[in-house]
Design a protein around this ligand. Structure first.
Ligand SMILES: Nc1ncnc2c1ncn2[C@@H]1O[C@H](COP(=O)(O)OP(=O)(O)OP(=O)(O)O)[C@@H](O)[C@H]1O
Ligand SMILES: [Mg+2]
Ligand SMILES: [Zn+2]
Length: 325
């Protein structure tokens, strides 16, 4: 689990809000019950006094917490049962006054014994899925709606049959997504416009983020403008660089569509090299050919992409166009 800082802070806000609401509701019920059943108010006051006395005892007589707690236990449970008796006699659950936390395991704190609670992980996952949908501007691309009939089935059973070839790629991508791990390979999806590169890379992203991995999707244009902004501003922040360098899966969509400059070419080259060096998987999609890629982003970067990435050469006709017919 390595989500972006935004995901973690959104998750923390959500869990704090859950806790706040549960406690506010418990306080509201308490005031109502105190007004209707003064005996319960008296019992709670007695409980507070007992606690204060015991604290004094602990301080004055230097007794250990365990010892004091065990001598308190009888008194406390007596008061508690009396409260529960009054509540049930009046048709309430015995724990009616306790805050009703969404997660009983961690009382909506998000951690238990220093370990992240499953509820917090689940909120992070949901937030990461939302973040992916908003950064890609689409939540509709999935393996389920990837239709192979858009690729011509020319009858040949060899590698020149577009449908066959795309079917193999489709299977590869599904398996890649289902088996994704920190040491999955990187992928470069190449081919002309409208062949399904973004569609398949987003389908992978969706499955991988649902598995609980931190996925960052960025069109190359957005990626370089973030890197540029950070590099040329005086804020001293390097959070975008960190996000792109450290996420568990980075998807750079439409590499080559960004405005070229010495800075952007070098920044992208560095990012690709750094991730390969750290063995972090990256998926690149591009309209550029091998030659164009080599000319644009140094021979070193290109040779690493073509030497170490799994290469998928998309074929077929522009599906944007086919869909309009
Ligand atoms: N096999 C498919 N089945 C159904 N829809 C598809 C398929 N492939 C692509 N599409 C849809 O066609 C449109 C274009 O596909 P996509 O954006 O994936 O192409 P691309 O290869 O990334 O093109 P570009 O190089 O221009 O970025 C999208 O709306 C996508 O959802
Ligand atoms: Mg695309
Ligand atoms: Zn929990």
């Amino acid at each position: 689990m390595a989500y972006s800082a935004e995901v973690y802070s959104a998750a923390s806000r959500i869990i704090e809000e859950r806790r706040r609401l549960a406690e506010r509701e418990a306080n509201r019920k308490k005031s109502d019950i105190y007004a209707r059943f003064p005996d319960i108010l008296a019992l709670d006051n007695q409980l507070m006094r007992e606690m204060a006395d015991f604290t004094m005892l602990m301080l004055r007589e230097q007794k250990g917490l365990e010892e004091v707690l065990s001598s308190m236990e009888g008194k406390i449970s007596e008061i508690r049962s009396e409260k529960a008796r009054i509540l049930t006699a009046n048709g309430f659950d015995p724990d009616y006054l306790e805050p009703q936390y969404t997660c009983k395991k961690c009382s909506d704190i998000g951690r238990k014994n220093g370990i992240l609670c499953s509820c917090y992980k689940e909120i992070c996952r949901t937030e990461a899925i939302k973040e992916l949908a908003s950064s890609s501007g689409s939540s509709s691309c999935s393996f389920e709606n990837f239709d192979l009939s858009y690729y011509i089935d020319n009858g040949a059973e060899d590698g020149t049959n577009p449908r066959r070839k795309m079917h193999n790629y489709y299977n590869f991508c599904i398996n890649y997504a289902n088996d994704f791990s920190a040491d999955s390979p990187s992928i470069v999806m190449m081919g002309k416009t409208g062949l399904g590169k973004t569609h398949l890379s987003l389908s992978i992203a969706k499955t991988v983020v649902e598995k609980g991995f931190g996925v960052v999707y960025a069109p190359a244009q957005k990626l370089v403008s973030d890197l540029e902004h950070e590099h040329f501003s005086f804020s001293g922040s390097d959070s975008a660089i960190k996000k792109y360098t450290n996420c568990e899966l980075l998807i750079i969509d439409d590499l080559g569509a960004e405005f070229p400059s010495q800075f952007t070419n070098a920044a992208i080259g560095n990012l690709i090299n750094e991730r390969l060096y750290e063995k972090r998987p990256t998926i690149i999609s591009t309209n550029l050919t091998v030659k164009e890629l080599t000319e644009r982003y140094s021979e070193r970067t290109a040779s690493r992409i073509f030497g170490e990435y799994k290469r998928l050469l998309f074929v077929g006709e522009d599906i944007r166009f086919l869909k309009k017919r």
